[in-house]
Design a binder for this molecule. Structure first.
Ligand code: GLU
Ligand code: MG
Length: 466
């Protein structure tokens, strides 16, 4: 469980002793180093590491890191924002002791997500994990608890082909037993590693696209869910490497066909009751649950720069590719950006949630979840209701029907997503001006980087980044 309290300089009462005991325990179990993990604006998981003996010091005083990482592009070039950039300044990476996990795919290492603090002891306003913690805190103040989970789709490529080519590591049918047999050791070892890390896996299965598989995991509190998304991907990567495989979470590993999604499941609860299953509205939604869903739906175009942040995201976002490219909602409709999941009769209280289908794994998971939480709370504050639901594939609607049904196509390019993001007041309210500035600078930088490249070159440029 996430503590949801900010770190303080020198550590909170007991942190030093706790970290010391934890470090001794880790060392006794063969851990030599601790990975301090955060995710940058462009969705890359960046790290610093410390020997296990330094964990207590890191928990009390953090480890230094430049704020310029907020302006990194996916190719490690650096842009400048209106409010930030350049070589000045230092931040402290403070590991969250509640989430230290020995890495089962990387013996000798443990992992800890960090919050980023300034040297004056205040939190860095660009720290996406802190921002998510604050948004969840705002929900709690209104009596709303949230649960989240991010699905993880990935492609397995053969490790023995020259970089950056992709050769799928299986040839069996989509969802086929053959494909499971082909990667039976990888899949079994992935399950073993994730279980050892305390990750409750819901499913692992072969997916649709070339070399594609999926892991879905149990829901947690929002910060825990975002942490878990990072941990699971790096664990799968490490297991894949041990099997001579290369793994890609890129939205579009190949320029055509179905891509890798990172669907976000989110549910809001009040007094222990699921607001998506205990009302008398459509599909048993409560008025508040519907307002929450309506707020998320309303904000999806503006949040595209966060949910689908890479130039490769827009190769994936094609109609009739199960990626949910239309801002509309439906009950169990896989072509709407917002899918209302009710679950099986008898289990709806546990299972009902909303699924943001358009999201992918290039997204910084803290901003992805935070944006959806902020949008949902905004919907509750405004008492929004959902428009008519959609069934079937909205791609079949002609423009007049689509307009009548209120179906909008989500941004079709990163440049369009940036415009929608900049035009909406929601991002600044949710994330603050510094993150908005970083997102705008980084997305514009990525868009400029790929200007003139064809789809194959874009897919190749981002293939092994995520
Ligand atoms: N791979 C699809 C995507 O790009 C999703 C497939 C599914 O619904 O599982 O989001
Ligand atoms: Mg899937």
């Amino acid at each position: 469980m996430t503590t949801y309290a900010d770190p303080v300089p020198g550590g909170r009462a007991g942190d030093g002793d706790r970290a010391q005991a934890l470090a001794e325990d880790l060392a006794a179990n063969g851990v030599h180093g601790v990975v301090l993990s955060w995710v940058d604006t462009c969705g890359v998981n960046r790290v610093k590491t410390v020997p296990v003996a330094r964990l207590a010091s890191a928990a009390r005083w953090g480890v230094g890191m430049s704020p310029v990482f907020d302006l990194f592009l996916a190719d490690d070039s650096i842009v400048t924002g209106d409010l930030q950039g350049g070589p000045d300044g230092d931040l402290r990476l403070v590991p969250d002791l509640d989430h230290v996990v020995p890495l089962a795919g990387q013996p000798g290492w443990a992992w800890a997500p960090v919050d980023r603090m300034r040297q004056d002891g205040t939190m860095h306003p660009g720290c996406s994990r802190t921002i998510l913690r604050r948004l969840v805190g705002a929900a709690r103040e209104q009596g709303i608890e949230l649960k989240a989970s991010i699905e993880i789709e990935f492609a397995l490529g053969r490790g023995d082909v020259p970089y950056p080519a992709f050769e799928p590591a299986c040839v069996g049918s989509s969802y086929g037993m053959t494909r499971l047999v082909e990667q039976t050791d990888f899949c079994a070892d992935a399950l073993e590693a994730l279980a050892a890390e305390g990750v409750d896996v819901d499913q692992i299965h072969p997916e649709y696209a070339a070399g594609q598989y999926e892991v879905s995991v149990g829901a947690l509190d929002p910060v825990g869910a975002a942490d878990r998304s990072v941990l699971v991907r790096q664990t799968l990567r490490a297991v894949a490497q041990r099997h001579g495989l290369r793994i890609s979470f890129s939205p579009s590993v190949l320029e055509a066909g179905v891509g890798n999604g990172g669907h976000l499941h989110l549910s809001a609860w009040r007094d222990g009751a699921n607001l998506h299953s205990t009302g008398d509205g459509r599909y048993a939604m409560t008025a508040e649950g519907e307002a929450f869903a309506a707020g998320v739906l309303d904000a999806l175009p503006a949040l595209a720069a966060v949910t689908t942040p890479s130039p490769a995201s827009y190769l994936r976002l094609q109609p009739s590719h199960w990626a949910g490219v239309y801002a509309c909602w439906g009950h169990e409709t896989r072509e709407s950006a917002l899918r209302i999941v009710t679950g099986m009769v008898g289990n709806t209280g546990r299972a009902a949630n909303i699924e943001v289908k358009c999201a992918d794994l290039a997204a910084n998971p803290y901003l992805l979840v935070g944006g959806a939480v902020a949008a949902g709370l905004d919907g509750v504050a405004r008492g929004l209701t959902l428009p008519d639901e959609i069934s079937g594939d909205p791609a079949g609607l002609d423009p007049v029907q689509a307009e009548k049904a209120g179906v909008r196509r989500l941004p079709t390019s990163l440049a369009e997503a940036v415009e929608a993001f900049a035009a909406s007041p929601l991002p600044a309210a949710a994330f603050g001006d510094l993150v908005v500035d970083a997102v705008l600078a980084v997305r514009r930088g990525e868009a400029a980087r790929v200007a003139g490249l064809d789809a194959a070159a874009v897919a190749e440029a981002y293939r092994w980044v995520y």
